[in-house]
Design a binder for this molecule. Structure first.
Ligand code: ARG
Length: 483
């Protein structure tokens, strides 16, 4: 009979560490079941946090020495040991052991192996519960800074593209029906605004991530005379948490970050949908550089917009992780529960996905090649300047409702004549209203239509240039960015 290697088996020879060798092994006599060891481990993925784990440990030990719980000599030895472990991990020279469960116990065990009994003092006045909460916050705050920089780069690429195509006319849509002409630059600026709000949200979320739980210990705090403010200063945390029970169990910050990420993905999925549509033969508005597309294994003629499609698709996993994290925390009693170990893989995947997608879009946006003629001719269809004709009549003292009716009749006539409104003669137009004069054609042209919308937020090229200018200034004040 064959057995699956992951299946728990009875009487399997145990290769796992005897409990007494484990950091928490004192009260155990029997060894951990090998399946249980596999099932409970997190080191296969939380090893990603090693740098932050060591950073936190070093600050903790410094603080213990400052308050006299450890001697200067002990703290120096521990720090040296931790630094050598960090260097080895960075070089790929470190054996992670599943039997040691997680990143914390792997590092602590290695420390004791390297520096002897003094290493056992590292965990004084601390628990893995406040340790992991600190690690995730340290890690996430760096990732948020990096994501913020990626967002910045993408916003800046959108401004450049908007500038390049500030005067390019395309049809604007409502209900996916041709509505009014807009400039392509204006459309890119709409995307810019979405991302700008995302960057504000991230910065705000960063403030709540950037609070130090260390010192909360297992749940109740510690009886050692710790100096939390000092540790926080060493770790560059502007604040410490106010309640130990909350601090070890809180994962709001991860949920909040994931919701920011979900919004970013939602925006990217909207961009993606438009790019996919625009690249279709039916629209033909844009092309993407060959390096940013892929082909079909069966249809030789195909050039597919896979990048936007994948970004659109990856939105699903970020939404899923957000829901997963919310559900993970639902109904959890205070304080720490092992459930919380399940936060990491979701959070890590949210981070990897969002970074990948932002990176993809930053590369893709400059590769967008606009087919101006195609967009222009699409904007000519569907009587996109009908509202401009109505506005023209209003300016000639016709009430808007009456003007609306006049334009409706003109459109009906133009449909039958198979012409655009701008292609009707003055006589043809005059049938519907005597007030129409030769100057009407300035308003019926696509250029006239967009040029008339010069107010803040409008689509006129003049306004688009202005918005790009202020957009570049606004980018200088996006908080947290590294560049
Ligand atoms: N691996 C654990 C986690 O990710 C670390 C904290 C474990 N604490 C404990 N009491 N078992 O949450």
């Amino acid at each position: 009979m064959t057995s699956h290697k992951n299946k728990p088996q009875k009487n399997r020879p145990r290769k796992s560490k005897p409990q007494k060798d484990k950091l928490w092994g004192g009260r155990f006599s029997a060894s951990t079941d090998a399946f249980v060891e596999q099932f409970t481990q997190s080191v296969s993925y939380d090893q990603r946090l090693y740098h932050y784990d060591i950073l936190g440990s070093i600050a903790h030990v410094r603080m213990l020495a400052k308050v006299g719980v450890l001697s200067r000599e002990e703290s120096a030895q521990i720090i040296e040991g931790l630094e050598s472990i960090e260097a080895d991990i960075a070089r790929g020279n470190f054996e992670w052991e599943t039997a040691l469960e997680d990143v914390h116990m792997n590092i602590e065990t290695a420390l004791v192996t390297r520096i002897g009994d003094v290493g056992k003092k590292l965990h004084t006045g601390r628990s893995r519960n406040d340790q992991i909460a600190t690690d995730i916050r340290l890690y996430l705050r760096d990732e948020v800074t990096e994501i913020q920089s990626l967002l910045m780069k993408l916003m800046s690429a959108l401004l450049d593209l908007a500038e390049r195509e500030a005067e390019t006319i395309m049809p604007g849509f409502t209900h996916m029906q041709t509505a009014q002409p807009v400039t392509f630059g204006h459309h890119m600026l709409a995307w810019f605004e979405m991302l700008y709000r995302d960057s504000q949200r991230l910065a705000d979320c960063h403030g709540r991530i950037n609070v130090m739980p260390l010192g909360s210990a297992a749940l109740a705090g510690t009886s050692y005379p710790i100096d939390r403010q000092y540790t926080a200063k060493l770790l560059n945390f502007p604040a410490v948490t106010n309640n130990s029970l909350d601090a070890v169990s809180d994962r709001d910050f991860a949920i909040e970050f994931s919701s920011c990420a979900a919004l970013i993905m939602m925006h990217l999925s909207r961009f993606s949908e438009e790019l996919v549509l625009w690249m279709s033969q039916q629209f033909g508005f844009i092309d993407l550089g060959d390096a940013w597309c892929t082909g079909s294994s069966i249809m030789p003629q195909k050039k597919n917009p896979d990048i936007p499609e994948l970004v659109r698709g990856k939105t699903a996993r970020v939404y899923g992780h957000l829901m997963g994290l919310l559900t993970l925390m639902k109904s959890q009693p205070l304080a720490y529960n092992r459930d919380n170990q399940e936060d990491k893989e979701s959070l890590f995947d949210v981070i990897d996905t969002i970074k990948g997608c932002l990176h993809a879009y930053t590369g893709l946006v400059p590769e967008i090649v606009v087919n101006k003629e195609r967009m222009r001719s699409a904007a000519m269809q569907g009587f996109t300047t009908a509202t401009d004709l109505a506005d023209y009549l209003v300016r000639k003292n016709i009430a808007f409702r009456d003007a609306h009716a006049v334009v409706g009749q003109s459109v009906q006539y133009a449909i039958e004549a198979e012409k655009d409104l701008s292609e009707l003669t003055l006589d043809e137009l005059k049938q519907f209203s005597e007030v129409i004069e030769d100057d009407v054609f300035d308003f019926l042209s696509l250029e006239g239509s967009v040029a008339a919308r010069t107010h803040q937020g409008g689509t006129a090229p003049e306004q688009v240039y202005q918005a790009i200018h202020t957009g570049r200034k606004r980018l200088k004040f996006v908080p947290l960015t590294e560049d």
